[in-house]
Design a protein around this ligand. Structure first.
Ligand code: C5P
Length: 264
């Protein structure tokens, strides 16, 4: 496929995220590359390799703890949108403070854990209610969790039941977006409304050798057809022999799936 150029002038985070809820989206606005790498140098090298093809990068705990806030501003300076995946989960006062602390970094998306509860989510939403703050996403059940893993934490329900419970709680707490697996995304939309922003990790191609530590996986095409707004893909791109080729293949898969009738 033809590489797609990111906008010369990178969109503001608010403009970038408001675009996300208006379909149809450009495939480059639906793929977030997870930069799960140990240093800013490694992350910026990979970002440069994918420039002109990918617009969105995820900075998670590994990279943020190694590189600090400057990796977010560094990616923004290069014209990329940033999903800051810090998965905040603490008492309401601390979570709200953390939201305020990272709000100046100009990230477009920021995660909190729905399992932190309604008070924590409401405090985070209030802390993010300022121009320039990131759009909040509530993580429901990690895509690495299966039913036995969830049960061992004291939740006897299957993952889908818990995802729906947390999705409803997050929306009732005012959180605009949700993170869930492709296996629940259609049910989540049916439960909380079609306008919700859904971000889906756990993406693996049909012929890929293994799922790594992910449990609830799907192909990019199936995740998009099921209703995912955006996909998060890490190792299938970052560990590929040719990351740009892997990203281009995923973008092509997203483009094709987006034209498929729902459920086919
Ligand atoms: O390498 P892989 O594609 O499995 O990476 C998935 C990314 O999505 C990781 O950065 C992980 O932290 C993140 N993530 C996830 N499951 C969630 C939320 C985030 O895998 N529920």
């Amino acid at each position: 496929m033809t590489p797609q150029s990111p906008p010369a002038q990178s969109a503001t985070p608010a403009a970038a995220t408001s675009r996300l809820v208006s379909a149809p989206l450009d495939p480059a606005d639906r793929l977030i590359v997870a930069l799960d790498l140990p240093s800013a140098t490694a992350a910026l090298e990979l970002a440069a390799e994918l420039q002109g093809l990918c617009r969105w990068f995820k900075v998670g705990m590994e990279l943020f703890y190694a590189a600090g806030g400057s990796i977010v501003t560094g990616l923004r300076d290069r014209g990329f949108q940033v999903f800051l995946d810090l998965k905040l989960h603490d008492i309401p006062n601390t979570a709200a403070g953390a939201v305020r602390s990272v709000s100046s970094l100009d990230a477009s998306l920021l995660t909190i854990h729905a399992a932190g509860g309604e008070k924590m989510m409401r405090a985070a939403v209030e802390a993010a209610a300022h121009p320039g703050s990131p759009t909040l996403l509530a993580v429901t059940v990690l895509t690495s969790m299966d039913a036995p893993g969830l049960s061992a934490t004291g939740i006897p329900d299957p993952p889908e039941t818990q995802v729906l419970r947390l999705a409803r709680l997050a929306r009732a707490s005012g959180v605009p977006g949700l993170v869930c697996s492709a296996q629940e995304v259609a049910a989540v939309r049916a439960a909380v409304g079609a306008e919700v922003l859904t971000v889906v990790p756990g993406i693996r191609s049909a012929g890929a050798p293994g799922s790594d530590d992910q449990a609830r996986i799907a192909t990019a095409a199936d995740a998009i057809a099921a209703g995912a707004s955006m996909l998060v893909v890490g190792r299938p791109i970052t560990q590929a022999p040719d990351p740009a080729k892997a990203a281009a293949a995923l973008l092509a898969e997203i483009a094709t799936a987006a034209t498929r009738p729902a459920g086919s």
